[in-house]
Design a protein around this ligand. Structure first.
Ligand code: SIN
Ligand code: FE
Length: 287
């Protein structure tokens, strides 16, 4: 397996970072070991799991400034929202610094803060992110739109966030596309009518879910496919296209995450996108 992780020596979020887009668009992880998200002393107090409402998986800050999933009130809730909002600003500045050409086409998703210990989560195999996968969401079809993510480890006890990073998307597709169930247009229509999906699940969305489930549901693949273990230390930041980079999270606690969406056509090289790769492999239009 070629190197799936590219280390970048930078300590600031905003200065231009030229030359990284080809690696990013090839599905590599850009790893910034020294790019720290600084917390104020009174923000350190928010590094505890009970700031999360038990009914929510994560805490998130929406674009309109509304905080969701937190179990805090008043001044503490405002402090948490401000902390997450600052990460939102820095994460978008980082993407602008890496890929200035994306700027007019980017759409920011809510920002999330994950204070829960990864090892303690109990989940079905399909929701279990400790298994290698590419991101694809059953209820949210995206027609090939990209999922670009910025992560930072905030752990105050020196614990890394440990990922596994797997093989390149072309290799995943070569292995799992031939095993995929066929797309059935009328079923996609029914899912939309019943509001199981927020919009029509295209053949692209169907195939991405088949890759996601095919990977997670195959214990042999989880064990034996090409992969590297990567401990992201506290004070480090990493960026990848999570719909393309095969990843699994094995352990860790206290992380911030920002998702940005980009139409595949707005990439520097649209031919490197999962949509283009899947269309080449299947020989047909998928959206
Ligand atoms: C994921 O996107 O699979 C989870 C990543 C993480 O929580 O570190
Ligand atoms: Fe994921």
């Amino acid at each position: 397996m070629d190197n799936r992780i590219v280390t970048v020596d930078s300590r600031d979020w905003t200065s231009p970072k030229a030359g990284l887009v080809p690696d990013l668009e090839a599905g590599r992880v850009l790893f910034f070991p020294e790019l720290r998200f600084e917390l104020a002393p009174d923000e350190q107090k928010l590094l505890r799991p009970d700031v999360r409402d038990e009914k929510s998986r994560n805490i998130s800050l929406r674009n309109d400034g509304v905080l969701a999933g937190a179990a805090l009130q008043g001044e503490e809730a405002a402090r948490l929202a401000a902390m997450i909002g600052r990460f939102r600003t820095q994460a978008s500045a980082l993407i602008d610094a890496i890929a200035p050409a994306y700027k007019p086409a980017l759409r920011l998703a809510p920002t999330s803060y994950r204070p829960t210990q990864v090892e303690s989560r109990v989940q079905s195999w399909r929701a279990d992110d400790r298994r290698l996968h590419v991101d694809a969401f059953p209820s949210r079809p995206n027609r090939g739109e990209r999922i670009l993510r910025v992560f930072t480890n905030l752990n105050p006890n020196g614990e890394p966030r440990v990922w596994r990073v797997g093989e390149a998307f072309e290799d995943i597709a070569r292995r799992f596309v031939p095993r995929a169930k066929p797309y059935v247009a009328w079923q996609a229509q029914v899912l939309k009518t019943l509001h199981v999906t927020k919009s029509l699940r295209t053949e692209y969305d169907h195939l991405m879910l088949q890759l996601h489930d095919g990977m997670k549901g195959d214990p042999d693949y989880q064990r034996s496919s090409p992969q590297v273990e990567m401990p992201f230390p506290p004070g480090s930041t990493w960026v990848c296209y999570s719909d393309q980079t095969s990843h699994a999270v094995m352990s860790g606690q206290f992380m911030m995450e920002q998702t940005l969406h980009l139409p595949a056509q707005a990439q520097v090289d649209p031919q490197a996108s999962p949509l283009a790769i899947l269309e080449r492999q299947t020989g047909r239009r998928l959206t």
